[in-house]
Design a protein around this ligand. Sequence first.
Ligand SMILES: [Zn+2]
Length: 325
Amino acid sequence: MRSQPKQPNTDPKHVPSLGQAARTAVREGVTLLQLNVEGLTKAKINILEHLVSTHKVTTILLQYKPHIAALRSKISARNNLLRCLVGSSWGASTFRTAALAIVHSAAEYAAPVWCRSVHAKKLDTTLNETLRIITGCLRSTPVAFMPVLAGIAPPKHRRAQATHKIACQAMDSINHPLHATLGGQPHGGRQRLVSRRPFSRHAAALVAAGFNINTAWCDDWKEVSRPLPPQFNVEPSTTTPTGADLPRKAWTTLNRLRTGVGRFGKCMHRWGLKTSSSCICGAESQTAEHILFDCRVLHPPMGQDDLKSPDEEGKRWLQLVAEYA
Ligand SMILES: [Zn+2]
């Protein structure tokens, strides 16, 4: 028995999928497409490029909300994988490499296409969770500290870097599909798609400003509320941070001491998890600063050098402090 042909959806609020829209465009020669882009893949990008380049469609309105929602779910699942490995023998350096390979690679796939969407920021909270797993920082830790400790630039700068890279490639090669779009015309060249934040304008602005991820990150870092904890001795850099070769527990303790947010007496008392904020040395309030600068029992054997590059003695001290951090 032959199946009934599928009836088209006549709901005026219905937004077709990319496949449906492409078939309609080819069949009926429509000129305006409004698309909910979900699960952006190379194949879907190719369909879009094909529709535009063959003039099947002259205007495409892209909405990335479903794509970013789907991406958040994917990143959360990968974060859970990383979280399962927290108790393993993996050190910080391995965690960082794994996060870049399985989380950030997925989170930044085709980012130059969707990074200007207002929904892109929603992904950042999930990526902050990735940084929290890498650094071992607690939820109360200021968000700006975690990229610095992990040695991974904030997501918005990484997405801008991807856009800058593709813009430079397009400008350098006459055979690049985007070369004409970024061809040095005023206001970033011809705008092919209707958008309030078009790729061409964003890319041209990044190239004109000579975008550099480290400079952009350092500029942001200057805006972080001051004063920083006196023991926070790390600067923004995309290289592996000092201490990343430590065993997981020592690395976690090191970061909690650096940020001042950990299972110290004062924090635990404030969170209602301890009845007193006192230290084992008898001091009234146990904080990271107290442990590092004043504590008679838990002070670092080599002073502040143990926070910069812990040696064997420094590692033993971090293991001791791990009980309180
Ligand atoms: Zn003490």
